[in-house]
Write a protein that binds this ligand. Structure first.
Ligand SMILES: Nc1ncnc2c1ncn2[C@@H]1O[C@H](COP(=O)(O)OP(=O)(O)O)[C@@H](O)[C@H]1O
Ligand SMILES: [Mg+2]
Length: 269
């Protein structure tokens, strides 16, 4: 069976893309028993760092996998301390990716092609952590993925960023003939009980009546601490409010496919 391919995308930084990609991937691997691959496409390498990998010293990494066909998938895929979770780590070199592939007409397909190779088979779920920009790395993720989760920080102007993502998803689906690519879930993040946050949340729900997550990710310091310790929330503070909120959202991401199969919202926007 084809693995689920879920991308966490927002061109704004600090909207919890990495936090969600890492913790949902670890949740799928550990709690749902899915063989899970977490693909980092950001120069910061935070996804790998967040599961305890020393990404500075891991070469070849995802950049080499995508820019050099002689680099085998197995040389890049890193096992983690979390059962069932494998990571394709990234680091600084990813900033060279757009230039490295500039002359290739199939440059947007580099990631999809590598994940379709026999060596990359055997996963039940592939999750993608995107950089905070709509460049070549994000296009590669969109061509490789089918489900897009948009984490939206409930701050001023955040709805603008969300509309941009929806439009980009629609355009990539059309230009690269990816009819299955769609926004599956919009997750409100950085929620604090303020009038402004509640107003933005209401707007988000009215824009995405069937795809806005029921649970928001509120602020919890354990989530930040876990990341700085190179641990998932399930390892660092499993009984925290942060873990509880992330579990509710991970379950919604897990269920988003079922909602899909009963016919809810195949359209991109
Ligand atoms: N719910 C939360 N409560 C407190 N801090 C958070 C929460 N979610 C994320 N953070 C912190 O906010 C920062 C940005 O989050 P991150 O997931 O890295 O965003 P992005 O990948 O979208 O840039 C990180 O330091 C992270 O630990
Ligand atoms: Mg990030």
């Amino acid at each position: 069976m084809n693995p689920r391919k879920i991308a966490f995308i927002n061109e704004k930084g600090g909207t919890c893309k990495t936090t969600l990609a890492v913790n949902v991937a670890a949740y799928f691997a550990q709690k749902k028993g899915l063989r899970t691959l977490l693909v980092d496409m950001d120069t910061q390498g935070h996804a790998g760092k967040s599961v305890g990998l020393d990404v500075r010293n891991l070469t070849p990494n995802v950049f080499h996998l995508l820019s050099d066909p002689s680099v085998p998938f197995e040389a890049v895929a890193q096992p983690t301390a979390i059962p069932n979770l494998t990571v394709l780590p990234a680091y600084k070199e990813m900033s060279e990716f757009p230039v490295a592939v500039a002359n290739d007409p199939r440059r947007a397909w580099r990631l999809a092609d590598r994940l379709a190779s026999p060596a990359a088979q055997g996963f039940d779920a592939i999750l993608f952590d995107a950089p905070p920009s709509m460049g070549q790395a994000t296009f590669n993720i969109l061509v490789a993925a089918t489900e897009v989760v948009i984490p939206v920080g409930l701050t001023y102007l955040s709805l603008d960023g969300c509309a941009e993502v929806v439009e980009t998803v629609r355009r990539v689906a059309e230009q690269h003939q990816r009819p299955d690519l769609h926004v599956s879930l919009v997750v409100p993040t950085l929620y604090r009980k303020t009038t402004l946050a509640d107003e933005i949340l209401e707007k988000l729900k009215s824009y995405f009546p069937d795809r806005c997550a029921k649970n928001s990710l509120g602020m919890n310091v354990k989530i930040d601490e876990a990341q700085s310790h190179g641990q998932t929330i399930w390892e660092y503070a499993p009984w925290s409010r942060g873990a509880q909120m992330l579990q509710e959202i991970a379950e919604e991401v897990f269920d988003a496919e079922k909602a899909e199969s009963v016919g809810a919202g195949r359209a991109v926007a």
